[in-house]
Write a protein that binds this ligand. Structure first.
Ligand code: ATP
Length: 343
């Protein structure tokens, strides 16, 4: 049974079609990154899953339970952290969480231990008595996460949790997410920056114009989007032999030489360039569409040809480029129409 499953999920706002038949499946225990540009439909999806919006058509199941129109299933199973959260004036940190614990009808004897446990978890225990509005953005973010956890839901939906955080706060957030995963939570978090998610997520979905372009593990997404990787091969000598071996290997595409800037090695002048460099240390950047076994055998062939290989690494950051190209290709909105107020 999946943690989250949507079938042909569609949502309209007036004449704007924000989601177009979304089929999403997220297994239990995943940290699922939901990536898409502004207006792609991420917030709409999260709000539907949290039971805060009703679908125009389609179905949602959380842990095998179909979402009811009164939102009770979602309320019980989901902790939701919105992308924008208000600051609660004149409330202390513990009071803020205690307030939400009361809203979830936690009995008094349980409230204190729940609040203290959550403050420990999100590393805010030293700020227990501080006023909420005096917390930094990162701390407020963590407090909001604690709020989403008050009723100990198995599913967490976090809308753009990393936006506005400095690098250190991002690292802390990542550690917190991993700790929550260890506790058995399934986490869906959205972002419009792919690289922000790639390092923490166990699977990804890419959404654009209300449609899912790809989903699965990072590798599966790369395959579905037709993204190859790039091999960085640094050799101490014998560049021409290395290029010949690479060229003869299935899966290898264009070769770029990374020395004194970039030189395109696939053009007619490539061979002369290689001759000039044949004896010196050189780095080759190779477009790679093969699999991991193919990469291993390329390395074995280089070694067998006595090429002194210093570095052999897979560079996968071109997925971000591909994502940017894909998401730049379509306009943001489905159709125009009178806006409904956001509730
Ligand atoms: P962002 O990254 O900017 O938050 P998003 O991926 O979360 O974007 P949504 O907020 O879900 O995208 O918006 C999807 C589409 O639905 C957009 O075209 C948006 O303009 C439209 N939309 C969202 N909420 C409303 C609303 N209340 N009334 C009308 N249109 C809306």
């Amino acid at each position: 049974m999946s943690a989250i499953e949507t079938t042909s999920l569609t949502r309209r706002y007036g004449r704007t079609l924000a989601l177009r038949g979304l089929d999403l499946r997220i297994e239990r225990g995943e940290i699922f990154g939901f990536v898409g540009p502004n207006g792609a439909g991420k917030t709409t999806t999260l709000r539907l899953l949290a039971g805060l919006l009703e679908p125009t058509s389609g179905e949602i199941q959380l842990l095998g339970e179909r979402l009811d129109t009164r939102g009770r299933v979602a309320q019980r199973l989901v902790g939701y952290m919105p992308d924008f959260f208000g600051v609660y004036d004149d409330l202390r940190v513990w009071e803020y969480l205690d307030f939400w614990a009361r809203c979830y009808d936690l009995p008094k004897f349980k409230r204190r231990s729940t609040v203290d446990g959550l403050l420990d978890l999100v590393d805010l225990a030293p700020k227990r008595d501080a006023l909420v509005q005096t917390l930094s953005r990162g701390m407020q973010q963590r407090l909001c996460l604690a709020h989403a956890l008050v009723h100990d839901p198995p599913i967490l939906l976090l809308d753009e949790p990393a936006s506005g955080l400095d690098p250190r706060a991002r690292v802390e957030l990542r550690e917190l997410l991993l700790a929550l995963r260890e506790m058995g939570k399934t986490i869906l978090l959205s972002s419009h920056i792919l690289s922000e998610l790639a390092e923490v997520c166990s699977s990804l979905g890419i959404i654009q114009g209300g449609k899912l372009l790809a989903s699965g593990s990072l590798e599966e997404v790369r395959r579905q989007l037709g993204a190859g990787s790039r091999l960085r091969i640094a050799v101490r000598a014998k560049a021409s032999t290395a290029v010949a071996v690479v060229r003869a290997t299935p899966g290898a595409g264009g070769i770029v030489l990374d020395q004194d800037g970039h030189h395109d090695m696939s053009g007619p002048s490539a061979d002369r360039l290689i001759e000039d460099l044949a004896d010196g240390p050189t780095t080759l950047l190779v477009d790679w569409s093969g699999d991991d076994d193919g990469a291993s055998s390329l390395l074995a062939r280089l070694v067998a040809a006595s090429v002194p290989v210093r570095t052999f690494a897979d560079e996968r950051n071109d997925l971000e480029d591909l994502f940017l190209q894909l998401t730049a290709a379509e306009p943001e909105d489905g159709e125009d129409g009178p806006p409904e107020s956001r509730t």
